[in-house]
Design a protein around this ligand. Structure first.
Ligand SMILES: Nc1ncnc2c1ncn2[C@@H]1O[C@H](COP(=O)(O)OP(=O)(O)OP(=O)(O)O)[C@@H](O)[C@H]1O
Ligand SMILES: [Mg+2]
Length: 281
């Protein structure tokens, strides 16, 4: 069974899609990765350079709303990397036309994806900068949530809000299984005083019980290489293998893979057992 990690923050532009793309890069050497884009902006399709000859219907939107078989929505990208694109703006209709947030609606993604989980080691989900029924589905499906936070007070505030949102879901919604894996500071520059102030505030959140023992991972640098990599439609380890930002993601992936097995109470045994048998520990 795959380890399912959703990258979420309702604040726009904090680096969610870039983080998903770089984690895909760093995890593809450790196992099979499925990138599941649940954001109408469909950025993973662009970042993975998969815009041509792609069926609009065979998408996350099709899976959620039209009962499409996820196996038929898979786009092979490269060795160990597959994509299910979001379907663009049509995915918003799931939120618009769903009548309630019942268990049936909130676990639609989980039920639909069940059959293909065994084919992957990691499922990485990108999400939109809002909080909708799609996010409720993500929270019911993902094993872990990773929250990227940019180096400013508004991103910090959004990070706190998402912790409250997850806390409220966990206490009110019995079928929610959300667990915050950690906060990932992004676009960090140690030369900027404000970045250290935000980092101090972020680290203080580790004491907050809403974080449930999750940690603040080591920061990802503010780097022009990120944008250049994306324009070239490459992975960071292809475009800038010896860069600071590539090293940052290596470090964070090691921390993530160390962290996951520690989460024994909520992680299904099967995930741990299989994970331990693999080389990523
Ligand atoms: N570490 C970084 N250094 C420099 N630029 C970055 C970094 N991470 C992301 N960016 C840039 O910041 C911008 C926003 O990033 P991204 O689109 O990944 O954010 P997002 O949270 O997915 O946005 P949205 O909320 O619209 O989905 C992009 O131009 C991206 O190239
Ligand atoms: Mg995005």
């Amino acid at each position: 069974m795959a380890i399912k990690i959703a990258v979420m923050n309702q604040k726009g532009g904090v680096g969610k899609s870039s983080v998903v793309h770089c984690l895909t890069d760093k995890l593809r050497g450790k196992g099979r990765v499925l990138v599941l884009d649940l954001d109408q902006q469909n950025n993973q399709q662009t970042l993975l350079n998969m815009r041509d000859n792609v069926s609009k219907e065979a998408s996350a939107a099709g899976i959620l709303m039209n009962g499409f078989d996820p196996k038929k929505c898979i786009i092979p990208v490269s060795k160990n990397v597959d994509l299910i694109h979001s379907g663009g703006r049509t995915i918003e209709n799931f939120d618009r036309f769903s009548k309630d947030d019942s268990e049936k609606i909130s676990t639609q993604l989980k039920r639909a994806m069940h059959d293909i989980e065994n084919e992957y080691d990691f499922i990485l989900m990108d999400s939109s900068p809002t909080m909708t029924l799609i996010h409720q589905n993500i929270v019911c499906y993902a094993d872990f949530l990773l929250i990227p936070c940019d180096m400013d007070i508004l991103s910090f505030s959004a990070t706190r809000s998402i912790m409250h949102f997850i806390g409220a879901l966990n206490s009110k919604v019995p079928w929610s299984k959300a667990e915050i894996l950690g906060i990932l500071p992004v676009r960090y520059d140690k030369r900027r005083n404000v970045d250290d102030l935000v980092m101090t505030d972020l680290l203080s959140l580790e004491e907050n019980e809403l974080l449930g023992g999750a940690k603040v991972f080591s920061p990802i640098s503010d780097s022009a290489n990120m944008k250049t990599t994306q324009v070239r439609r490459k992975f960071i380890s292809e475009a800038f293998p010896k860069s600071r930002i590539s090293d940052d993601f290596d470090r964070v992936v090691s921390q993530i893979l160390e962290e996951i097995p520690k989460r024994t109470p909520k992680v299904p045994g099967a995930v741990l057992a299989k994970g331990e048998a693999r080389a990523w520990n």
